[in-house]
Design a protein. Structure first.
Length: 240
């Protein structure tokens, strides 16, 4: 998170890291255990205790695409929960814990049962995942994008969910997101029409938590205070 106004620049590069990691883990567990489907069934008056298609995450292989601040911390937390971790990054990154680096994205897709994206929004990453990448993923695997909406061809994703090739997906970001808190959310705005039932979508709340905002206030306030102390206006005031 970075903000610059009236010559005062503040920067909190780790502000969202833990929040994104926690929600990623939550989505992985929810999709692996079919929690959304069971909740929908209860609301419709159905009592379905079937464990069909439901798996514990321990022992499964998580593939992390992008091993920066978020990807690396997710790697550590996921491994503590019993997941095997592999990752791919274009840059040379040190593997943490028992995580294993994949030299190519194709290698990661061939081996991961859960794939999660944590890369930036540079132009070269646009449509990083399309029909070819989803087709290469292992049958009945899970896909998460909590990074940038432009990374994914959402129509291709929906097709692979409907065909049953993918077991589930969680999206927190979209190509076109409504501004602020628009109460009248039109389906066309984020491509929400005719969603596959195994696709979970959330209105980009990943970094929105009271804990996150409270913990980030101190470093940002410190940067602003330093800027004020070092400003010419403050120096002039001190001489009075």
């Amino acid at each position: 998170m970075q903000q610059r106004e009236e010559g005062c620049g503040v920067h909190a590069p780790f502000s969202n890291t833990r929040s994104v990691v926690e929600l990623s883990i939550a989505e992985i567990i929810a999709l692996s255990r079919n929690l959304q489907a069971h909740s929908f069934a209860i609301h419709e008056g159905q009592w379905n205790k079937s464990a069909k298609g439901s798996y514990e995450i321990r022992g499964r292989t998580l593939g992390i695409v992008g091993y920066g601040n978020i990807g690396a911390q997710l790697s550590v937390v996921a491994e503590a929960l019993g997941l095997k971790v592999i990752f791919h990054d274009r840059a040379d990154k040190l593997a943490l814990g028992n995580a294993r680096r994949c030299d190519t994205l194709e290698e990661l897709l061939d081996n991961a049962e859960i794939v999660t994206l944590h890369v930036d929004g540079r132009a070269a990453n646009r449509r990083l995942f399309g029909d070819a990448e989803f087709a290469r993923m292992r049958p009945r695997s899970i896909f998460l994008n909590l990074a940038r909406g432009m990374l994914v061809d959402q129509h291709a994703l929906a097709q692979h969910l409907r065909s049953g090739h993918l077991a589930g997906a969680a999206l927190d970001v979209f190509d076109n997101e409504p501004k602020a808190r628009e109460r009248d959310l039109r389906a066309a705005a984020v491509g929400c029409r005719d969603l596959p039932p195994q696709e979970v979508r959330r209105p980009h709340p990943t970094r929105r938590s009271g804990t996150n905002q409270r913990l980030n206030q101190a470093p940002l306030h410190g940067q602003i205070s330093t800027h004020v102390r070092n400003s010419p206006a403050q120096h002039e005031h001190d001489r009075l």
